[in-house]
Write a protein that binds this ligand. Structure first.
Ligand code: NAD
Length: 488
């Protein structure tokens, strides 16, 4: 029988007032301008100087000197030399010391990095402080531990580094994605040229400062700010041996095409449209928290977001009612306020895409609901939004929205849940909520998704591999598996 939620539907949810609790912007030590980092030195790039803005109020934060193709060339050359002369031949235990140093420096500068990330990206400070920055440090700690044990990682007794890795990352977890890319590459003895996303370069360039202060030899890590053209110049450069890309499926396909026949190794972490599946025997209050965390964490700018809620028909009304009650308690606003749950959308372009997709949902006949919620006058904002009555054919059930928009679908049997969950070109993640262990194992076996969470969602651990099936990409990041992408 269906379990009842402990929340009393007839009792109004108490409304708490929160006094503002802003983290100080000064902690971010924002500089007026940022430079690219090539061959161990900061310098102006030969591209344009662009302003990076705060998406919460559209005010400029700093000027960023972007790289031009000549800088990419220099960076790749520096990385090659560093690989051949220094980093490749270095003993693993010595490389580990640098990685440990970087990890500790991230911890020491954690508050600064968290504020900077929230300013540049728009995400709530409680997320950058409690998730992004500690997980970035954890990745360096974790891979530091592997650097002298590569012979025991299951890739043969004497695995070798590949060489120079060209790495391109998106804007949704700017520092964390940089850590995901750089830490395993360095642990395995490779050198890197990393390009952060054009709207969020600040924490990657601050990580370059940390890397310089950790005395990492010149050329081992190079960070070139810039837009798609610089990403393209990097991934198409003849001097790199390996491409690691995280971003949209569309760009991933372009890169795969351009890399074909070049002999470059390639790993792609792309988009997703995950099913979060709630059975009638699930602990409903926890499931509602998991649904909220699944799609509204980081404003839904999460590749593995639980953007499709599949709920068993017998409890659908109850779950949707509990979800709507919970959403009325979320606080949207200043990303630097420690009480904020929902921050700003990262860019005007992304906001326009979310509006377009949400309007499509309404036009296709789904029912749209958002809690009463005042949006700030300036900046890029979108309220948490739930669509019910969504059909599988609807665009909002099929395409990645990458915003705080949930599509609710129902199912009757576990078999139907699997069929609907797998009915997507993507396959990055999924969630299962049930108290039956055997059902969790059965479902996890059937789901074509790289990560399957059971009675939780959006949990990340450096020891745990992450990656996709189908159009969500290939290759794994994290864990022992994450080393494979960087070993020859
Ligand atoms: P995007 O593909 O537009 O951009 C990602 C990065 O690629 C940026 O740095 C961009 O400058 C660069 N780029 C753009 N065109 C390029 C080209 N032709 N050649 C080389 N580089 C190019 O994606 P986005 O909008 O910034 O990020 C959102 C997407 O990223 C979503 O689809 C999301 O699901 C995905 N993502 C996936 C993961 C994962 O681990 N699977 C993690 C985070 C985000």
């Amino acid at each position: 029988m269906a379990k009842k939620s402990t929340a009393k539907p007839d009792r109004p949810t108490p409304v708490f007032e929160y006094a503002p609790a802003p983290e100080s912007r000064e902690i971010g030590r924002l500089k007026p301008s940022y430079q690219i980092f090539v061959d161990g030195a900061f310098r102006d790039g030969s591209g344009e100087a662009v302003k990076t803005i705060n998406p919460a109020d559209e005010q400029p934060l700093a000027e960023v000197s972007e790289a031009g193709p000549a800088d990419v060339d220099d960076a790749v050359r520096a990385a090659r030399r560093a690989h051949t002369e220094v980093w490749g031949p270095m003993a693993g235990r010595d490389r580990a010391k640098y990685l440990f140093r970087i990890a500790r420096a991230i911890q020491e500068r954690a508050r600064e990095l968290a504020v900077l990330e929230s300013l540049d990206n728009g995400k709530p400070i409680k997320e950058s402080r409690d998730v992004d920055v500690p997980t970035a440090a954890a990745h360096f700690f974790y891979y530091a531990g592997w650097a002298d044990k590569l012979g025991y990682a299951g890739f043969g007794p004497n695995p070798r580094s590949i060489g120079v890795a060209g790495q391109v990352i998106p804007w949704n977890f700017p520092l964390l994605m940089a850590a995901w890319k750089i830490a395993p590459a360095l642990a395995a003895g490779n050198t890197v040229v990393l390009k952060p996303a054009e709207t969020t370069p600040l924490t990657a360039l601050t990580l370059a400062e940390i890397i310089a202060e950790a005395d990492v030899p010149a050329g081992v890590v190079n960070i070139v700010a810039g837009g798609p053209a610089i990403g393209q110049a990097l991934v198409e450069h003849n001097g790199i041996d390996k491409i690691a890309f995280t971003g949209s499926t569309e760009v991933g396909k372009l890169i795969q095409r351009s890399a074909a026949g070049t002999g470059k190794r390639l790993s792609l972490e792309l988009g997703g449209k995950a099913a979060n599946i709630v059975f009638e025997d699930a602990p409903l209050d926890q499931a509602v928290e998991g649904i909220v965390n699944g799609i509204f964490f980081n404003q839904g700018h999460v590749c593995c977001a639980g953007s499709r809620l599949l709920v068993q028909e017998s409890i659908a009304d109850e779950v949707v009612a509990a979800l709507e009650r919970r959403l009325t308690t979320l606080r949207l606003g200043d990303p630097l306020d420690k009480n904020t749950d929902i921050g700003a959308i990262n860019s005007a372009a992304q906001l326009a895409r979310i509006h377009e997709m949400a309007d499509t949902g309404t036009a296709e006949g789904a029912e749209r609901w958002s809690p009463p919620c005042e949006l700030p006058a300036r900046g890029f904002w979108f309220p948490p939004t739930v669509f019910t009555g969504v059909s599988q054919a609807s665009r909002i059930a099929r395409e990645e929205i990458f915003g705080p928009v949930l599509s609710v679908l129902t199912f009757r049997t576990p078999g139907e849940a699997v069929e609907k969950a797998n009915n997507t070109p993507y396959g990055l993640s999924a969630g299962i909520w049930t108290e039956k262990g055997s059902r969790i194992l059965w479902m996890a076996n059937q789901l074509r998704a790289g990560v399957v969470w059971a009675n939780t969602f959006n949990r990340f651990d450096p020891a745990s591999p992450f990656g996709g099936y189908k159009e969500s990409g290939f290759g794994r990041e994290g864990g022992r598996h994450g080393l494979e992408a960087y070993l020859g």
